[in-house]
Design a protein around this ligand. Structure first.
Ligand code: 7PJ
Length: 261
């Protein structure tokens, strides 16, 4: 799953158009590099990021989804707002990826009304403050219990587990230690019966162990992705598609199921 962020380019005078064009070019490059899914997001969920209005978020993601629909690559929309989900699905998105796990009022109903896939992610707290003092008695058990509870809530609304992928939410209300424990014990999330999605690309947990700035974390990200694959992750949400595919090819060859190219 290749990451496509549509955020205004503050260094360009072209405004909305320029950022849309560069997002489209980036998305096409990720398809070329072998992305199986594109995840399109118009709002940053990084700690301390400014909120984006519903109209603005729709304005950022919908034209890009429309431009990318029908190219043979399923599109995911990274949003927590039901109205954005609705507009994105109407424009051709096939998956809703929600870091709030559809807890916003109306979000479950929006997904239930369509046949789309869903990514349910765990987060402790809210983005603005989630990294202040994350606390768990047993992080793996608590993340599992949360995801299981969300699966039940979706099931009650008619969204069956075969439409769902589960994500531990690396970096979302977790210390470095919590994140690596979740990675180590990832098979316990797989035991819930849904495919597991992992997003650790360029994240600060990798900076914490390598000492590297965000722009220098490709190697660490690829190693993290391969480790996650080895622990059962079925979808890897990444910025660096080509590099990740190279890493996965090595792992797959070892498994005896290597793709040839
Ligand atoms: C994730 C996400 C993640 C899912 C972001 C970033 C922060 N969606 N959206 N999982 N992270 N499902 O990419 O650094 O880990 S935004």
């Amino acid at each position: 799953m290749g990451i496509v962020n549509v955020t205004p380019d503050s260094f360009s005078d072209g405004g909305q158009h320029a950022s849309r064009d560069s997002a489209l070019a980036h998305a096409l490059r990720l398809i070329d590099e072998g992305a199986d899914i594109l995840d399109i997001g118009g709002e940053s969920t990084r700690p301390g990021a400014a909120a984006v209005s519903q109209a603005e978020e729709i304005d950022r993601v919908v034209p890009l989804i429309a431009a990318l629909a029908g190219r043979g690559v399923p599109l995911s929309v990274d949003t927590s707002k039901p109205e954005v989900m609705r507009a994105a699905l109407a424009a051709g998105a096939a998956i809703v990826n929600d870091v709030y796990a559809l807890r916003a009022p109306g979000a479950v109903e929006e997904v239930a009304a369509s046949g789309c896939g869903v990514v349910l992610m765990h987060m402790q707290g809210v983005p603005r403050t989630m990294q202040v003092a994350p606390h768990y008695d047993d992080v793996v058990a608590e993340v599992s219990a949360f995801l299981k509870e969300r699966l039940v809530a979706l099931g009650d609304a008619g969204v069956t587990p075969d439409r769902v992928a589960l994500d531990p939410g690396f970096g979302f209300g977790k210390t470095v230690e919590h994140n690596f424990r979740l990675l180590r014990e990832l098979p316990r999330l797989g035991a819930l019966g849904c495919p597991v999605l992992v997003g650790l690309s360029r994240k600060s947990m990798l900076g914490a162990v390598t000492g590297r700035a965000v722009g220098e974390r490709v190697t660490a990200s690829v190693v993290g992705a391969v480790l996650a694959a080895g622990r059962g992750a079925r979808v890897l949400r990444v910025h660096d598609v080509a590099a990740t595919r190279d890493g996965l090819r090595v792992w797959e060859a070892m498994q005896g199921q290597g793709e040839t190219k």
